[in-house]
Design a protein around this ligand. Structure first.
Ligand SMILES: Nc1ccn([C@@H]2O[C@H](COP(=O)(O)OP(=O)(O)OP(=O)(O)O)[C@@H](O)[C@H]2O)c(=O)n1
Ligand SMILES: [Mg+2]
Length: 388
């Protein structure tokens, strides 16, 4: 690890120092390491004395960011779990003088590993075994861990998705029993975990647990929605601008389906990338074979992160932006607020203001949502005339 000199510097100054948390986990899993956390016996002021460039990231929590040799490191004084407030992260923390106490307050066994300057792993909670068996398991008593910080319940499902791990039974049960605590957490923090869950490679399985444990009851707009998995496979496209770029290049180059794998390997793309790109090309093939409607183009755009006009071009059916705007009016709507007309339109077309107008407007809305009536002014006008 290029970060080793930072640990050594702290050790040479007479302090204990270890890599901890996600960086140790990701190192052992061979994953990309995106941030490096260091736990130390040194107090923030002492850390600052050892390094020239530091940022006071969270002095209250014992954290100083050190910039060293082109890298950036979050160095935090050993601390305990005491001081958690109302199921959220602690406002104040208690510093302690040993690593064990610090590891004990961490969320999951795979996140409670530490590594010293010799590259030795300190594993107090069988985190290595859980890494090997691909299990997310709370450190110690799961209830306690989730009471300390309820966001950890969302972290559990996002790690499942990101790392392609299973959730250990007791940990899952504690989430089922305590899911309501998630309501205490700010939506910004929940959203961050939700997005990581949704875009991870195991998102379908994680999403299932998110629904099963009823965590879904405690986030906006999901209450009572139990049967979402039937539509979820769409997200397995995992589109990114990068996957869509390769798909577009393959279509432009007219690479036959059998050769997509070879094309992707020629560019040294990963297998996962190749799979995702193949799915997108398949989607385009399917669309090209069946005279797509505007709605198909729109949905294909969503599935590929391309805009609808680009999708139409790729399929050899160029349309102008103006034409598209007109044609959009006729798209089926999902949300009643998307209805193209309102009460004024009905009055203009001969309906007297009053209760009958409200009832008619509601039935129009229902028919459009059900797809029985086109969401266009012409179709709705005709429908009104038929009712009179
Ligand atoms: N609610 C939380 C958040 C963090 N941690 C501990 O702090 C470490 C670092 O936190 P963070 O960077 O948020 O998560 P990572 O596990 O490093 O995951 P990521 O790869 O997303 O950074 C975690 O590994 C874990 O030991 C915790 O116990 N409880
Ligand atoms: Mg991290």
């Amino acid at each position: 690890m290029a970060a080793m000199p930072v640990l050594k510097k702290l050790e040479n100054a007479g302090f204990e120092a270890y890599f901890v948390g996600g960086s140790v986990r990701d190192l052992l899993l061979g994953r990309h390491i995106h941030d490096i956390d260091i736990a130390t016996s040194a107090y923030p002021e002492e850390v600052k004395e050892e390094f020239e460039k530091t940022i006071d990231t969270g002095i209250k929590h014992g954290t100083v960011t050190v910039l060293y040799n082109g890298g950036s490191y979050e160095i935090t004084t050993f601390r305990t779990e005491s001081g958690y407030q109302d199921f959220r992260r602690p406002d104040q923390v208690t510093f302690v003088q040993n690593l064990d106490e610090d590891l004990k307050r961490r969320d999951f066994t795979i996140n409670a590993l530490a590594m010293n300057t010799n590259g030795e792993i300190i594993d107090l909670f069988n985190g290595l075994k859980d890494l090997h068996n691909r299990v997310i398991r709370a450190v110690g008593n799961p209830e306690e861990r989730f009471h300390e910080d309820a966001l950890r319940m969302m972290r559990a499902v996002r790690f499942m998705s990101q790392l392609e791990f299973e959730l250990e039974g007791e940990t899952q049960k504690a989430i089922e029993d305590n899911h309501e605590l998630l309501k205490k957490i700010s939506i910004e923090r929940v959203r961050e975990e939700f997005v990581k869950m949704g875009i991870g490679p195991h998102s379908r399985q994680a999403f299932q647990i998110f629904l099963d444990t009823q965590l879904s009851e405690d986030v906006p707009d999901f209450a009572g929605k139990k049967d979402l998995l039937s539509i979820y496979p769409q997200l397995q496209f995992s589109p990114t601008l990068e996957t869509s770029l390769w798909a577009v290049i393959i279509i432009l180059l007219k690479i036959p389906n059998d050769n997509i794998g070879k094309f992707m390997r020629d560019w040294k793309n990963s297998n996962a990338m190749a799979d995702a790109v193949e799915r997108i090309v398949e989607l385009f093939d399917l669309l090209a074979s069946q005279a797509p409607t505007d709605y198909d183009l729109f949905k294909a755009g969503e599935a590929t992160l391309l805009n609808t006009i680009d999708v139409a071009h790729i399929l050899g059916q160029p349309i102008s932006a103006e034409a598209l705007v007109d044609r959009y009016d006729a798209l089926p709507i999902k949300n009643s607020s998307d209805l193209i007309v309102d009460g004024r339109f009905l009055i203009k077309n001969g309906i007297e203001p009053g209760p009958k107008l409200g009832i008619l407007l509601n039935s129009i809305r229902e028919k459009v949502v059900e797809g029985e009536l086109e969401n266009s002014k012409a179709a709705i006008k005709q429908f009104i005339e038929e009712q009179n």
